[in-house]
Design a protein around this ligand. Structure first.
Ligand SMILES: [Zn+2]
Length: 360
């Protein structure tokens, strides 16, 4: 059996296969219906599968599709794990396994990285009582990033390339760190917790209650070298950082380090775990797989943002933009798919061994 069989062609297919495999594996399945419909008019939602004892004191969460079509890979990782002896190894060691399928089902189905309101969900898990940090780097190029017309003019492309070259060394904040001023822009954080945010918090609160240790891998694509999975780790206490290093090794990348493929982001999803489960030791990571070169990914995201502001665009142009987004975040090639699943399996094994070795 090749790795490619675990990858689906649409959200609808991925969802059905996940639910079928979860039931076959004997998981407890729950579905959270999204209020809108998918691209094929289908029902959409975030589904969870729980394996292992309800009262296990360790919980291992794997989530997919925070950024819509990045879910093709996360969903494949989850599907592979459901049929892998690793799942049994986890539950035998007293670890419950929680798979959260399609954090952003609307974006997954409609092939957009943002949600139904052009919100970047990995910038939406904020304390909205406090102002979102300014992002002067993004501010400088917003007008160029989201042009008046699509496809963008040659002049726009030239000016943007020059601006990006000028800003290349800017990190923390960087262009993609998040921004609160342009609802029509990229990496927009929103003004309140989105449906996915509220849903995920409820899931984490419910399933995390009573656990002593929680590990969480949120699977992403679109940054870094082709097929490479970077284990990104945020800013945490020295104790948490030491634990993560112990489990995950020297290729764990702290997101504030200059070698990371991503700048520090404000309001990312795993940040809700300490808030929802204050009594647990939380060990979170974003697993980020490289796809195609960064300028190609950026162009796809610009098209997506332009389309969000032009819902009456001709159908052929809509299809072209959606396809560009899909191709930027999901490489339909067997070697790439093998790299995704191989690295995920090693990361999952490290997590299970790490969680299993923690004292109660
Ligand atoms: Zn992502």
């Amino acid at each position: 059996m090749t790795s490619a069989v675990f990858f689906s062609a649409t959200y609808r297919e991925a969802r059905q296969r996940f639910l079928d495999a979860a039931r076959t594996a004997g998981a407890k399945v729950q579905s959270h219906a999204h209020p809108l419909k998918g691209a094929e008019g289908e029902e959409i939602g975030t589904d969870t599968a729980l394996l292992g004892r309800a009262d296990a004191d360790r919980l291992f969460i794997v989530s997919s599709g925070t950024h819509g079509p990045e879910g093709f890979s996360g969903s494949a990782c989850q599907l592979a794990l459901l049929g892998d002896e690793l799942a049994k190894r986890a539950t035998d060691r007293g670890i419950a396994l929680l798979l959260v399928h399609a954090v952003n089902p609307f974006g997954f189905s409609h092939l957009k990285r943002t949600n139904e309101d052009n919100i970047d969900l990995n910038r939406n898990f904020n304390d909205f009582a406090a102002p979102y940090p300014d992002n002067p780097v993004y501010e400088e190029i917003h007008e160029l990033l989201v042009p008046k017309a699509w496809p963008p003019s040659h002049a726009n492309e030239t000016q943007l390339a020059a601006a990006m070259a000028r800003l290349a060394g800017q990190r923390n904040p960087g262009v993609s760190s998040g921004q609160a001023r342009h609802p029509d822009g990229l990496f927009y954080c929103g003004t309140a917790p989105a449906w996915s945010n509220r849903t995920i918090r409820g899931i984490v609160r419910t399933h995390g209650a009573g656990r002593h240790h929680i590990a969480w891998i949120d699977v992403h694509t679109g940054l870094g070298p082709y097929g490479h999975g970077e284990k990104i780790f945020g800013r945490h206490s020295p104790e948490t950082t030491a634990r993560a290093r112990r489990w995950w090794g020297q290729d764990l990348i702290v997101s504030t380090a200059t070698e990371s493929v991503s700048p520090r982001t404000i309001g990312h999803i795993t940040g809700c775990a300490p808030e929802e489960c204050p009594d647990a030791a939380i060990t979170p990571s974003t697993l980020e797989y490289g796809t195609v070169p960064n300028p190609v990914v950026r162009r796809a995201l610009r098209g997506e943002a332009w389309l969000a502001g032009h819902p009456d665009a001709p159908p052929a142009l809509v299809r072209e933009i959606r396809k560009a987004v899909r191709d930027a975040f999901y490489v339909d090639a067997d070697d790439w798919k093998g790299m995704i699943l191989g690295q995920f399996r090693a990361f999952a094994l490290q997590t299970i061994n790490g969680l299993g070795a923690e004292k109660h």
